[in-house]
Ligand binder design. Structure first.
Ligand code: NAD
Length: 425
């Protein structure tokens, strides 16, 4: 079956991976990166495509295609989530693995970058079918993964239960429990406290730094959140706690607005109960386009890729865009935001809190010693704020955008590792 995305690519549209490589080239030029190193780190190290059978509930066998991409293992094991979605393509998985590589280097954790995906529609599958698909996919990519080699995690439509099945399948093959093979596991299986808040917290900590840098105040600041899921709702809750007014949020079904600030804890309860933010008392409905154009201090895109594009970037009326989502801004939109003087906290910095606490999970699993939430949040805050300062310094010193500065930091760290390790054989 050819997906809509593949059709668009066949019609000549630039793929998300093409756009990613363009960004790499611009950052590598700014770094004057030598040719040998550039060629070494620009492309994925290893790609595995698997085609595998799963017995469905109706007794028939269905074939699925899956991928695992290890973009870089220069600084440590590959690290990155597994996505289950009907629109997954190898191109997308490569782009996601590419982002993971620089993200891990920016927060300076000892991981490379990876990502996986299976073309499937989990919304139409039973738990039993999902479990059989997960176990077989794990068996197919088994030669690649392991706590020292490549550590998967949840991504779109995969969750702690899926991670538990991966951990179990891998452990059965080894003959003993290996919790460090995946992160994002249930806490009772070696998952980390604080993982569910990690991405939203990272968004909050980096935005705190941006607010400080720009001489603004969080107290009374107006915040708009596109996408009220895990990352968006946690960030919204922390902004509200810090005295900001979250005036609008939306999800895939619609949006809600209150100029005096929405009550976020009640909104989370409402969404848990009804499945959407729509119909929340004390709010008016707002369309997706209107929400993005609202006058505000902080806009948090926390939904999908390419949400801010050439067609709507000119209408954005925010001082700070804090990219909780991966790839929410197209390169064309990025140029428009830069021209308008919007301060962008780029995704590979802003949403790195998730992988940082995944790193804490892996460390805890490997040492069999577990930390409390307070310790995790305090270490996360330190790492996120240090990374922000490092990116900001490059931004100010080299007069480049925050996004370019983040790429320059990530790429230079991976380049340094490759340079020091030398060329094998
Ligand atoms: P999630 O599934 O919990 O939430 C996504 C939310 O976006 C949902 O509320 C959904 O209804 C909403 N949404 C979907 N389409 C939308 C649209 N067109 N307009 C408005 N809202 C829409 O996912 P998440 O884990 O919060 O991830 C959100 C983004 O953050 C993704 O890009 C993801 O890759 C990125 N991210 C997440 C983590 C993490 O740890 N959760 C880490 C790094 C990056």
């Amino acid at each position: 079956m050819i997906t809509e995305k593949e059709k668009a690519l066949k019609n000549g549209a630039r793929s998300i991976y093409d756009m990613a490589l363009e960004t790499f080239d611009r950052a590598a030029d700014l770094l004057n990166l030598e040719w040998d190193i550039r060629e070494h780190i620009k492309y994925p190290e290893r790609i595995l495509i698997v085609n595998f059978p799963v017995r469905m509930d109706n007794g028939r066998v269905q074939h699925f295609e899956g991928y695992r991409v290890q973009y870089s293992t220069a600084r440590g094991p590959a690290k990155g989530g597994i996505r289950y979605h009907p629109n997954v393509t190898l191109d997308e998985v490569k782009a996601l693995a590419f982002w993971m590589t620089w993200k891990c280097a920016i927060v300076n954790i000892p991981f490379g970058g990876g990502k996986g995906g299976v073309v499937c529609n989990p919304k139409e599958m039973s738990q039993g079918e999902l479990e059989r698909l997960t176990r077989r996919y794990t068996a197919e990519i088994l030669p690649l993964i392991g706590p020292e080699k490549d550590i998967p995690a949840p991504d779109v439509y995969t969750n702690p239960q899926v991670m538990a099945w991966i951990m179990d399948t891998y452990s059965m093959m080894k003959g003993y429990a290996v919790p460090g093979v995946v992160t994002g596991k249930p806490v009772s299986l070696g998952g980390s406290l604080g993982r569910d808040q990690a991405t939203g917290r990272g968004v909050f900590y980096t935005t705190q730094k941006a607010v400080e840098h720009l001489g603004l105040k969080l107290d009374g600041a107006k915040v708009v959140v596109q996408g009220f899921g895990n990352a968006g709702s946690v960030a919204a809750m922390l902004f509200e706690k810090a005295g900001a007014k979250v005036i609008a949020v939306n999800d895939s079904k619609g949006g809600v607005y209150n100029g005096n600030g929405l009550n976020i804890m009640k909104l989370i309860e409402h969404k848990n109960k009804t499945g959407s933010v729509i119909g929340f008392p004390d709010s008016e409905p707002i369309s997706a386009d209107e929400l993005l154009a609202l006058q505000c201090d902080i806009l948090v895109p926390a939904a999908l890729e390419n949400a801010i594009h050439e067609g709507n970037a000119g209408k954005i009326n925010a001082k700070i865009v804090a990219e909780a989502a991966n790839g929410p801004t197209t390169p064309e939109a990025d140029a428009i935001l830069e021209e308008k003087g919007v301060f962008v906290i780029p995704d590979i910095l802003c949403n790195a809190g998730g992988v940082t606490v995944s790193y804490f999970e892996w460390v805890q699993d490997e040492q069999h010693l577990f930390w409390d939430e307070e310790q995790i949040y305090s270490m996360l805050e330190k790492i996120m704020k240090r990374a922000f300062d490092e990116v900001l310094n490059i931004h100010l010193k080299n007069k480049v955008s925050m996004r370019m500065a983040a790429y320059m930091l990530g790429i230079s760290r991976v380049a340094e590792a490759v340079r020091l390790r030398g060329l094998y054989p």
